[in-house]
Design a protein around this ligand. Sequence first.
Ligand SMILES: Cc1cc2nc3c(=O)[nH]c(=O)nc-3n(C[C@H](O)[C@H](O)[C@H](O)COP(=O)(O)OP(=O)(O)OC[C@H]3O[C@@H](n4cnc5c(N)ncnc54)[C@H](O)[C@@H]3O)c2cc1C
Length: 457
Amino acid sequence: MEAKIEELKSHVKGRIITPSDTEYDETRKIYNGMIDKHPGIILKCKDKEDVIQAVNFGRKNNLEVSIRSGGHSGAGLALCEDGLVIDLSEMKEIHVDPENRTAVIAPGNMLKEIDAATHKYGLALPSGIIGTTGIGGITLGGGIGYLSRKGGLTIDNLLEAEVVLATGELVTANKDENPDLFWALRGGGGNFGVVVSFTFNLLPVKNVYAGPMFWPLEKAEEAMKFYDKTLREASNDLYGFFAFLIVPPGDPFPKELHMKNVCGVVWNYTGPIDKAEEVFRPIREFGPPILDFVSEIPMPALNTMFDDLYPSGLQWYWKAHFINELSEESIRVNIEYGSKIPTFHSTTHLYPIDGAVHEVAPGETAWANRGARWSQVIVGVSPEADDAEEITTWAKDYYKALNPYSAGGAYVNFMMEEAEGRVKASYGTNFERLGKIKKKYDPQNFFHINQNIEPCD
Ligand SMILES: Cc1cc2nc3c(=O)[nH]c(=O)nc-3n(C[C@H](O)[C@H](O)[C@H](O)COP(=O)(O)OP(=O)(O)OC[C@H]3O[C@@H](n4cnc5c(N)ncnc54)[C@H](O)[C@@H]3O)c2cc1C
């Protein structure tokens, strides 16, 4: 193999890192500190041509192949054992076209880099809530965040992708060219090839009226009902995800709240700023809140607000559900487990996926769950490896207790390596079609280190 790696080196611009290199251990680290995989080769691709070389090398040598963009997969799907990691993290180009409100983005960008580039023009891409997440994985799984109700999922704003297939061929996918592949890429994850370029539609969003608002845990039942009703009656300009949390013991939170179990909403209002106070008047009258950090801020400030709290390398275990309604029973379960949060990094978030997300039909993209109102994630997190068992058990127990109130399946980007059938349940009515498209574009299941969709007839 050494001779083959030497040969590969002569064909690529990017660095090749193997276990004998001093930077190997640093390079194989990903976001989730629980993951400890030892790939045989990491190719830090510089451009599309490097990706083609990598795919051909992996295929010809029968290697396991994984794809890494931002390395945020909770399940550690960016890495493989022994095989080849196609690392895209150094592919960083971003071209914003302010006239047409579009951007062409290379797969190595983190969300905060994209936000910085688009914000200059008063534009934003609907995507996730932590700035270090990679555009590759979040887009291909769906992409939910503060602009979901206003502008849909990240995939609803995808106009085109360039993809290196398992054959090494570079193809374009959009609504006219390879439309079946384009359909599958919008939610089907990394199953179909390596995306080397994304073209997105952008929204005219610059400053927003946003931030967290907390209530005491004793108010949780009322708060959940109030939140549900508020969102149901609001325009798509109002977004808020509900959370149970322990207030972190540090700035900017007031001392008297440190380490207190609370519930809350992180709001985002994208309507006219001069109307914001009016929109928030009844919200502020509820409770009243014990913390209210809602104010006018630039969109990138909102999208990076929790980055410092969640640095890379923490222990991370999550489970997820799609949720249709906040019934009395499900609220009771949420309060029970929300008051047993094991560490102050652990939390549960109910991310709204109604509004503009519901304006796309379930069969229009691979993401089938256009009827659910929330994508809930239960996430056990700690800097301490010794806490791994406790945070995992809490997340699993919470998830099991919520199971009867789940709409079925979950957002694939919030899954660990799950039991058989979970991926199928998550794609629902689109699963069979995805299997057929997989067979057309990747019949050998070369790209299988992902939430896998097996090829089928
Ligand atoms: C702290 C944190 C916050 C998060 N917040 C949100 C959020 O607000 N909204 C949300 O929707 N999700 C969120 N997620 C989940 C996130 O969408 C997934 O973890 C996603 O996989 C991250 O993408 P990545 O490129 O960083 O991951 P990676 O680990 O690099 O990739 C994950 C998988 O995606 C596929 N993939 C990645 N890039 C490509 C590519 N270019 N071509 C083909 N396949 C590719 C591969 O199968 C790969 O294994 C969050 C995750 C974390 C850890």
